[in-house]
Design a protein around this ligand. Structure first.
Ligand SMILES: Cc1cc2nc3c(=O)[nH]c(=O)nc-3n(C[C@H](O)[C@H](O)[C@H](O)COP(=O)(O)O)c2cc1C
Length: 330
């Protein structure tokens, strides 16, 4: 059986979205939080704290993600998450945003493999000392109180020249999984995923390797599966936001229907309304969702424009209602 994970998308896949998705759609084995970025103050932001609070995530298989290049901050966050009950955490070595990369975090850590190696050595020793690290993901009862640690990485900073060196480093640490988005930082989201380099990760990696990148349809999913039959897990990002039933479809289930997308949309809106402080962030998030979900409809430009322009909830709701009633699914 192929495993399917839901990728973290900062600004989109917060707890309200994840819970609603989990309640409405099957097929996702694990959800990842958008990155938590602890700093020297050793305080999580309110938004970050709420996003990982167990009371906000009941029943959802969740892996919190940390973005950090300072071992003491990373280990502080790992301890906080362990105390909350989490037994798996993920390190973000993929974020390509210039503000993050400039601070040497996310994919900014890929340009200096030696420093990355030192960082991983320190955090892995630290986690092993604090909780014990458990690599085995196939036996759910193995090392129940130990922590599992995975990495989500791109394949380099400005080129894939150091990809092999990076993989050799990852191979030395007790990771439960290595999630690879085969683009460099410089690529941002342009061009196509570098499947040759992904193949190298899959063949020479000693940990289970998860594929992530540009899967927008079942056809894309099948293409990756047939090219990499040894890859047992695939992570879906933007494609799953566009089509929230994509994991179900990829696992052989029924295709998305317009009516269920409408119900899901209404539930996300309600859930965000109950959890966000004001209408500004709420409208912003709904508009971002439509950036992806709009692709399901034909001749929807007029309504999508009205959604983008909506300054209040009344206008937003009316534009969304019109879109659902007037536009066909493609
Ligand atoms: C708006 C946005 C926010 C993202 N936030 C995160 C994040 O917080 N952590 C992370 O590891 N990746 C983040 N990513 C990257 C995605 O998780 C994923 O790796 C990337 O979109 C490629 O997969 P896809 O082609 O299936 O979308 C983000 C991507 C987008 C577009």
């Amino acid at each position: 059986m192929i495993g399917i994970y839901s990728a973290p998308l900062e600004g989109i896949t917060g707890f309200a979205y994840r819970n609603t998705h989990h309640a409405h759609f099957t097929g996702v084995g694990k959800y990842y939080t958008p990155f938590l970025a602890p700093n020297y103050t050793h305080n999580l932001k309110t938004r970050e704290r709420e996003d990982v609070a167990p009371s906000n995530n009941a029943g959802v298989p969740l892996v919190p993600q940390i973005l950090s290049n300072r071992p003491e901050d990373f280990l502080w966050a790992a301890e906080e998450l362990y105390a909350l009950g989490y037994r798996e955490i993920n390190l973000n070595l993929g974020c390509p945003m210039p503000t993050v990369v400039k601070k040497g975090r996310g994919s900014g850590q890929l340009g200096d493999p030696e420093a990355l190696d030192r960082f991983l050595e320190e955090i892995c020793h630290g986690m092993d000392r604090l909780f014990g690290l458990e690599e085995n993901i196939s036996d759910p009862s193995a090392g129940m109180d130990k922590l599992r640690f995975s990495i989500k990485t791109r394949i380099g900073l400005d080129s894939a020249d150091k990809a092999q060196e990076l993989l050799e480093i990852y191979n030395r640490y007790p990771l439960c999984e290595l999630i690879v988005h085969p683009r460099t930082q410089k690529d941002l989201y342009g061009g196509s995923p570098d499947l040759e380099t992904f193949e190298m990760f899959l063949k020479a990696g000693t940990h289970p390797v998860v594929y992530n990148g540009d899967i927008f349809s079942v056809k894309d999913f099948e293409r990756i599966r047939s090219r990499f039959p040894d890859c047992r897990t695939i992570m879906l990002g933007r494609g799953l936001i566009a089509n929230p039933a994509l994991a179900r479809e990829a696992a052989g289930g029924s295709p998305l229907e317009k009516e269920e997308l409408r119900r899901f949309h209404d539930a996300v809106l309600e859930s965000l309304q109950a959890t966000l402080p004001g209408k500004g962030p709420l409208l912003g998030k709904m508009k971002e969702l439509w950036f992806y979900m709009g692709r399901n409809f034909s001749d929807a430009d007029k309504y999508l424009k009205e959604i983008r322009k909506a300054k209040d909830l009344v206008r937003y709701r009316s534009a969304a209602r019109m879109l659902f009633s007037q536009c066909d699914f493609v």
